[in-house]
Ligand binder design. Structure first.
Ligand code: HAM
Length: 421
């Protein structure tokens, strides 16, 4: 029979790595809540139109990476390739803007893009992210970037990352810049790849994203979008830069940063890691001041970011960030069949004192149970056998010190109550 395996580009997250995920999730939720962000959870699949209308018909995600299918009633559905669109849909659907003129959310969960799998790039991957609705002021931008920076710092990644910052300006700015960029590229267009030639017609700004060194060299002398900023664009961007300096958050201006989703307006940013190789974007985001309106809501400014959790974990491992595994506290060794019911009872009492207690259900020899206890890096083993039942005692073994003593069962509660493991 053919062996059943995970689908290409998807991974099981096994128990021996789950502690790292939990630690990252806990850093994310604690930090976001410190900034007053509330968690939101959206469905894994949505109507396809939500993504084509927001992410953009001509983007890589929509043209080739979405997992879409037709439901029995003929509706086209898609496994979410990103979460901003879902959060915006939710914001509009539940009139969340009426609760307060400023709404702040955070999220984490799985996403799906049919990309070519490689290190740091999967077909099912996980993101955490934040979105804030209602404020068009630069202090909102700096708040979003500060959350990202705090999470990166708590994960030990601040020294290995660079914040790349740009502003793709207002609609008018982008229209003028698009023309200028096309005029600049036109004489060289034969030297550009098929993809860039296609983008030249459909979305010329995305050419700035090209991975080709030859194309990048030509683009080094291209006009810069900042030269096309109007006064509002420049004032906003200058204030953001000042605010970042105020909190000592280092950044570099990257005139070619445009991001691969169509909904962005104004500020865009990415945190890139020096340790990640080709897939070096740990986290990306920006403003999307027209998206709520595009999806049928009242005009509302928005800004957010999302980060790849797999990439975070790879980078944390590379920077030797130590995440402790949480081991059980006590291993209960039942050395005689007659002691089973007593051991179930004592284990249950210890669990109600909040200890993590593991007991053997295979009726193995005492020796192999002790071996298992050591393998689990448990601090205490409790041993109960025929003698101990008869005398109402229990053996308490400290596995780190290698000491043991026999105590009355009635004293066990006091011993563990006084203990902080
Ligand atoms: P994005 O740049 O498409 O933005 O994705 C954000 C992050 O998700 C990337 O920087 C990367 O770390 C991770 N990522 C993306 N694709 C993959 C993949 N195939 N495998 C592993 N990790 C991946 C967004 O998704 C926007 N929604 C961000 C945003 C929120 N903008 C405003 N608000």
């Amino acid at each position: 029979m053919k062996k059943l395996r995970t689908i290409k580009g998807t991974h099981d997250i096994l128990p021996n790595e789950i502690h790292k995920w939990k630690e990252l999730e806990s850093i994310v939720s604690q930090t976001c809540e410190q900034f007053g962000y509330q968690e939101i959870r959206n469905p894994i699949f949505e109507e396809t139109g939500l993504f084509s209308r927001s992410v953009g018909e001509e983007t890589d995600i929509v043209t080739k990476e979405m997992y879409s299918w037709e439901d029995v009633d003929g509706t086209s559905l898609t496994l979410r390739p990103e979460l901003t669109a879902s959060v915006v849909r939710s914001y509009i659907q539940h009139n969340l803007g009426t609760i307060s003129p400023i709404q702040r959310f955070y999220y984490s969960g799985p996403l799906f893009r049919r990309e070519r799998p490689q290190k740091g790039r999967q077909r099912q991957f996980h993101q955490f992210g934040v979105e804030a609705f209602g404020s068009n002021n630069p202090e909102q931008d700096v708040e979003i970037i500060a959350i990202a920076w705090k999470i990166l710092s708590l994960c030990g990644l601040a020294n290995d990352t660079t914040l790349n910052l740009n502003s793709i300006g207002s609609k008018e700015c982008r229209n003028n810049y698009r023309k200028a960029l096309k005029n600049y590229i036109y004489p060289y267009i034969k030297d550009f790849s098929k993809t860039s030639q296609h983008r030249f017609e459909t979305n010329p700004l995305r050419i700035l994203d090209t991975k080709s060194e030859k194309e990048q060299e030509i683009l080094n002398d291209a006009p810069k979008i900042s030269d096309y900023h109007n006064e509002t664009d420049s004032t906003h961007f200058e204030s953001l830069k000042e605010f970042l300096k105020d909190i000592d958050l280092p950044f570099s201006i990257n005139h070619k940063l445009v991001r691969g989703l169509d909904y962005y307006t104004g500020t865009v940013f990415e945190f890139n890691s020096v340790n990640l190789g080709a897939q070096d974007a740990l986290l990306g985001g920006g403003r999307y001041n027209r998206l709520v309106e595009t999806l049928g809501g009242k005009p509302t400014p928005g800004i957010g970011f999302a980060a790849g959790m797999e990439r975070f974990l790879i980078a944390m491992e590379q920077s030797n960030f130590n995440i402790k595994k949480s081991n059980p506290d006590i291993y209960f060794i039942c050395a005689d069949k007659k002691a089973i019911s007593r051991s179930i009872e004592i284990s249950s009492r210890l669990r109600s004192l909040n200890f993590k207690v593991v007991s053997d259900t295979l009726r193995r020899s005492m020796k192999s149970q002790l071996r298992e206890a050591n393998k689990l890096k448990v601090k205490y083993a409790l041993i109960i056998g025929e003698d101990e039942i008869r005398n109402s005692t229990i053996i308490l073994k400290n596995l780190t010190k290698g000491t043991q003593k026999t105590i009355p069962q009635s004293e066990l509660k006091n011993f563990f109550e006084d203990l902080t493991i």
